[in-house]
Design a protein around this ligand. Structure first.
Ligand SMILES: N[C@@H](CCC[C@H](N)C(=O)O)C(=O)O
Length: 265
């Protein structure tokens, strides 16, 4: 039996177990352990697990696992939480450049705790498909625009799962975002997300709302886009280029420590 110290963070309800792994003791291949730590009944409970490690060129590296136990692609909300955790560990001040699954990211923390995360540029045209708009914001995302007043009642688990496991996406999987546009100008875009790797609806997805904001810009949304998830509000700023790509993409929102403790595993 081992005792593991952990921290628990959340960003708009997307929650993460955080481990200070600067001594690089955690075995990345131990998916049973990651699953156990993320288990809401037998473990700590989270949508994912993040290791904070030292990096030779950057302030730190974040290694992200989905709750299924496997290494994931970029996690936007998790990155914002990792930045807040790195500040708590004394690794950074209010500005950082760190390494994540899709390369290096810059981030800034405001006095009120809002974390602004620079995403990678999204190059090329969005792919409009039978199922919706598909784009990669560090993780793969399908964006499906819903008719007015249908999002609240939608069975996101069933509909998202059916798309994630259909013939088009089964092999690599995709996250699926269901979106309702503002009823009146100035109101937020509403988003609910089925997450690959969690294999359920989560309260919020950072790379997901980023994908939604970029797709919504083709439907009249202007930067910064205000998005409302079941777990809270996020903002996405960007420059849309004439060739269909997006640069200077920033995801902004809160990231909070919930509790810390030890667990025997
Ligand atoms: N919740 C995350 C998304 C994490 C990645 C995703 N589950 C995947 O591996 O596809 C976010 O906030 O971006």
């Amino acid at each position: 039996m081992n005792t593991l110290s952990f921290f628990k963070y959340q960003g708009t309800g997307n929650d993460f177990v955080m481990l200070d792994d600067r001594e690089q003791r955690f075995n990345e291949a131990d998916y049973h352990l990651v699953r156990l730590l993320c288990d809401r009944r037998r473990g700590i409970g989270a949508d994912g697990l993040i290791l904070i490690r030292l990096h030779q060129q950057h302030d730190f590296e974040m290694v992200y696992f989905n709750a299924d136990g496997y290494l994931g692609s970029l996690c936007g909300n998790g990155s914002r939480c990792a930045v807040a955790f790195a500040q708590e560990l004394g690794l950074i001040g209010t500005h950082t450049i760190f390494m994540a699954a899709d390369g290096s990211h810059e981030a800034r923390i405001d006095a009120d705790g809002t974390v602004h995360l620079r995403m990678q540029d999204v190059l090329g045209q969005q792919e409009v498909e039978e199922y919706g708009v598909f784009l990669d914001t560090g993780s793969p995302h399908l964006v499906r625009f819903q008719p007015a007043s249908t999002l609240a009642e939608l069975n996101v688990f069933a509909e998202g799962r059916a798309i994630r496991y259909n013939e088009r996406f089964r092999e690599k999987g995709t996250n699926v975002n269901f979106v309702e546009g503002p009823a009146t100008p100035g109101q937020p875009w509403q988003v609910r997300t089925y997450e690959r790797g969690v294999e359920d609806e989560t309260l919020s997805c950072g790379t997901g709302v980023t994908a939604v904001a970029l797709a919504a810009s083709r439907r009249g949304a202007t930067s910064p886009v205000h998005l409302r998830t079941p777990g809270g509000d996020l903002h996405v700023a960007f420059d849309a280029r004439p060739d269909g790509s997006f640069t200077n993409v920033f995801l902004s929102g809160p990231a909070q420590r919930v509790f810390s403790g030890t667990i025997t595993v």
